[in-house]
Design a protein. Structure first.
Length: 460
């Protein structure tokens, strides 16, 4: 079952095979599903928790003739096993982007690879349906790796066999006789150590080796582009001197059990992601009896905002701060002597320009809440320009509207054109479109900002 985000389901899409799965998911929060099903991977950010509050499907479904069911901003893939017959083929629900005109999900692939590696061209990007979700898992893996590194490496007690001159631990008599007789001053001891050189970090190393083998170009580009990821990988290699790849399958079964320590729950998410990535090596990623739902989900609006953040901060010389994703947590105070703050998506360093990224088919007449939001941000900061950046399936120019407040401030509708190309030339066209978008935005911002500041200086 292949669906698009923020779209109403049609009656013919409801079948005997999927109706129970949809009924089960209907109106359930993602946070609730995550708690019930440990094999469900949720890609989220602690500063952007909206996905946990969202549903996958919302509405009602009594029968095919009495229903109103729609998807939300949550996209990904879900596997729902047959409850009555465990041997039957499970229901697979795939939710992609509504801005993709091709089943190969070129736009979604572009957003993912652009965020991961920056340069999308000349990468060994997967285009099959299964390959797309492998790419999402890779996206989850990289995000989670960088997050857990900030909290320190996972540690656990490990039994180690050592040959030491200092007697510390428990004497292994058999090894002592085999290796140190006649006695030359060494003791064969068994020690229990709390160390990061353990099976979980070995799992991370094996997973990166697997990714490098299957997506070498993309992985090498990742390591090159993402300084933090490169730092993480180097630190893991140093922390795991006992890692030996040939022993991995022998020890893998120990990684199938959940990490229960509350301090290491981020590593539990990463463990599940690793096992999902390794499923193509004949490894079953699911724990028996863990539940009836598995898969991977994320908020596509969050990904769109990340895409725009990277573009505005690297391609537009206006020093935009990303407050929406809390990369800049300063926020904007609303009241005096009060800590209440609001967080616009993008705020220019001098607070003359405020932009908000919206993942929707945006039209002025249908989005008064978005307009009120931008106008309130402009009122609080004294910004001269405010605008909405949104994806568009039609080529449009930036539309300017003068705000009727006597200050000649400007409201901008800023479309980002998504080409209709249904082959791999889509990526070349998106690269061209990026350049066009940046040039048009720069010209518009420069002209309108200089005009607004000139009128303010003249008092007109």
């Amino acid at each position: 079952m292949v669906l698009e985000d923020n779209t109403f389901l049609k009656a013919e899409q409801i079948t005997v095979e999927n109706i129970e799965a949809i009924k089960y998911l209907l109106n359930k929060k993602v946070s609730e599903l995550e708690q019930r099903h440990q094999d469900l991977i949720i890609i989220s950010d602690e500063h952007y928790p909206e996905i946990k509050k969202s549903e996958i499907f919302k509405g009602y479904l009594t029968s095919k003739d009495d229903m109103s069911v729609s998807t939300t901003n949550v996209i990904g893939v879900l596997e729902f096993p047959n409850i009555e017959n465990e041997e039957a083929k499970p229901t697979l629900i795939s939710i992609g982007s509504r801005f993709d005109s091709s089943e190969k999900q070129y736009f979604l692939i572009y957003l993912l690879t652009h965020h991961l590696a920056g340069n999308v061209l000349n990468l060994d990007v997967p285009f099959s349906q299964e390959g797309i979700w492998d790419l999402i898992l890779l996206f989850a893996f990289v995000e989670q790796m960088e997050q857990v590194y900030e909290k320190g490496f996972f540690k656990q007690y490990v039994t180690k066999y050592k040959e030491e001159y200092t007697y510390k631990g428990r004497l292994n008599i058999k090894r002592q006789i085999e290796r140190n007789m006649p006695f030359i001053g060494k003791f064969s001891v068994v020690q229990r150590e709390m160390t990061s050189d353990n099976i979980i970090l070995w799992l991370l190393r094996y997973t990166t080796n697997h990714i490098e083998r299957n997506y070498r170009g993309l992985w090498l580009n990742l390591i090159s582009e993402r300084t933090k990821l490169r730092e993480v990988m180097e630190a893991i290699k140093i922390a795991t001197p006992d890692y030996k790849q040939q022993k991995f399958h022998k020890l893998l079964s120990r990684c199938r059990y959940p990490i229960s320590h509350p301090f290491y729950q981020d590593y539990e998410k990463l463990r599940k992601t690793c096992l999902q990535i390794l499923r193509n090596e004949g490894i079953n990623p699911y724990t028996p009896g863990s539940g009836k739902l598995s898969g991977i989900l994320f908020d596509v609006a969050w990904l769109w905002e990340k895409f725009m953040a990277k573009m505005l901060q690297t391609s537009v010389p206006y020093a935009f701060k990303n407050m929406g994703l809390r990369e800049d947590e300063s926020g904007i105070l609303v009241f005096k002597n009060n800590k209440t703050k609001v967080y616009p998506d993008f705020v220019e360093a001098k607070k003359q320009i405020i932009l908000d990224a919206k993942y929707k088919k945006w039209k002025l007449k249908n989005n008064s809440d978005d307009i009120h939001q931008i106008l309130s941000y402009m009122f609080l900061t004294g910004a001269k320009i405010g605008g909405i950046v949104y994806p568009s399936q039609e080529p449009k120019n930036i539309k300017e509207r003068i705000i009727d407040n006597g200050d000649a401030n400007i409201f901008l509708e800023i479309p980002y054109y998504i080409p209709d190309t249904q082959n791999e030339a889509f990526f070349m066209e998106m690269a061209d479109q990026k350049e066009i978008f940046v040039n048009n935005l720069m010209k518009n911002l420069e002209l309108n900002l200089s005009t607004a500041l000139y009128k303010k200086s003249k008092g007109t």
